[in-house]
Design a protein around this ligand. Structure first.
Ligand code: AMP
Length: 144
């Protein structure tokens, strides 16, 4: 029983991320939206005029860890992203992006959706690896 509790505590500690501290308002962030399932805040190093991160309040480390039970929170990310895009005046469009693990360029292991906008964002990938199996894809923006 004591072992079980110790394991649970260790799991919780392992799940702790800088973003969970933002959810609990333990560290400062420019939070633009929060409800029972998700939180959204401005990225500390914006890559576009509008750069907001949307996260599930519960830690899901990566897109690879998604389970059916997460569908309500993940669905909410999209409805809130759309609402925030409207509030931010992104009527010309925007980009929603989720990086997954090292190859995907994920830095913070608390699944998050980037909402980017405020002007033309350019090609989707820069510096992408070329895949010899699919030569039309990769760093040349998909041109053959
Ligand atoms: P990713 O590379 O997809 O994991 O993105 C992580 C993002 O989190 C980066 O764009 C960082 O600038 C951003 N970030 C890291 N720490 C904070 C923080 N304390 N507040 C806001 N954004 C952060």
């Amino acid at each position: 029983m004591a072992d079980e509790r110790a394991n649970e505590a260790a799991d919780e500690a392992a799940d702790e991320t800088i973003f969970s501290k933002i959810v609990r308002r333990e560290i400062e962030a420019d939070v633009v939206y929060q409800d029972d399932l998700v939180t959204a805040f401005r990225d500390i190093r914006p890559q576009a005029p509008v750069h907001i991160l949307l996260i599930p309040n519960e830690v899901i480390p990566t897109a690879d860890d998604v389970k059916p039970k997460h569908e309500p929170a993940l669905g909410r990310l999209f409805t809130v992203a759309k609402q925030l895009a409207e509030q931010e005046g992104l009527s010309g469009g925007y980009r929603l992006m989720v990086n997954c693990k090292d190859d995907g360029g994920q830095e913070v292991y608390h699944l998050h959706m980037h909402l980017l906008g405020g002007g033309p964002l350019g090609p989707m990938l820069c510096g992408a690896v070329r895949d010899e199996r699919h030569p039309a894809a990769g760093a040349n923006g998909g041109r053959a």
